[in-house]
Design a protein around this ligand. Sequence first.
Ligand code: XMP
Length: 510
Amino acid sequence: MKDQILILDFGSQYTQLIARRVRELGVFSEIRPFHYGLEKILAEPPAGIILSGGPASTLAPGAPRVERALFASGIPLLGVCYGMQLLTRMLGGRVVRSAQREYGMARLRLNAASPLLDGVEDGSTVWMSHGDSVAALAPGFAVTARSDDGAIAAVEDRARRLFAVQFHPEVAHSRDGRHILANFVLGICGAERSWSMENFIEAETTRLREQCRGKRVVLGVSGGVDSTTLAVLAKRALGRGVTSIFVNNGLLRLHEEQEVLASLRRRLGLTVRYVDASRRFLAALRGVADPERKRRIIGRTFIDAFYGGLKDFDFLVQGTLYPDVIESNPVAGPSQTIKTHHNRVREVQKLERQGRVIEPFKFLFKDEVRAVARLLGVPEDILNRHPFPGPGLAVRLLGPVTPAKLDVLRRADAIFIEELRRSGWYDKVWQAFAVLLPVRSVGVMGDERAYGEVVALRAVTASDGMTADWAALPAEVLDAAARRIVRRIREVNRVVYDVTSKPPATIEWE
Ligand code: XMP
């Protein structure tokens, strides 16, 4: 397809980033595992192919490969890092294990004019991360750039339209990386720029109308960005035939259910069915302290509450995103991990077999959903809400969940968030919340010795939640939050601030 770039994934942590960068250029890109069949590729040839990086070594026995005929298909191809080494080895060049891993910034020294590097400045910084390197080129190839220590950084066989780079153009540290990808995608491949969120909205609206007009459609909403945007899109396409279902699991934040319902119903004009399952969740969680068991119970109870209550509908619309549907990849690497997901439980699979599940966002990345939301007029305060985990306050209340503990945690959390909003810090952090610890500590309150609860505050900065740094909140903000928490909440006599990053910690405490 002339308007699409295919990315073959060798398991790099940056594979999804390549896809996002290509889409930012206005060209649709799809990720497939490296062993995706040549026949399938040739049945609908993309404008170009990118071989991603990966954690393996091409020198290892059984290293992942592509079919050799791919290189003779005439489709322009760009190998990145592992992709460059693979292409070199498979076409007759030599790859060697470097004495030490090259990791970090390097400068590009341009050797020869190249359509891939056209417009790139000599000395431009690039991000390197590799153990092996190319020692001898494959026949037909020429070096177009080296790094400042002389290592081969870019090669090409222009006649066969095969290009490769040792560095990672997709990461932000590679200064001209976007430019290089644009040279490949728009210049060398001549891909059409037809991917935009405006086009996406129009296409999905039409598709939803064709598939569901006059039918009854249900979807689950949580108040988060994805489900809210989906509900707005479905309503735009189908009008009154859409019912959104909001399940209160009893683990929401202070006044959250009223606020979410008001937002969805009054501000966005959605039809929402409210299911209060809080008692059921709390009963199922009674006495359970183990974090994984809590999660499993919550997942199961949600499924019972949501799918058990579903009747009289034709289609289920869900907000599954692209990162959740990218096929699993047998190369050991971060992009291999696929979460067990509510959207793939048995109940959904059954509906799927009946052709009753629609997933309009299944090709979108999170930032693309935000762009869709903005175009659909979802208000900024809804868009900028911090992520909130499905298991809710249960994973922020260490030990067994009780109504009394939930009440303490809710009030502490609300005070902390209020102080962050007041000081302008809410929008500067990725996520912030209070955690109720399962220990007590000694304090004095008035003249009396107190033995009270401990609240930990957590605020982190992050760009996608995969890694995070603790936020260096000003002392005044922490001080104001801590003072108000111990003054207002009788049970709490100590507040601490979490100063660990992820890794090694996670964002949530459970
Ligand atoms: P961690 O704690 O793993 O969290 O660093 C990363 C991001 O994911 C959210 N999170 C969850 N979201 N169900 C969810 O829907 C869960 O079980 C869950 N656990 C963590 C967390 O809030 C953070 O944004």
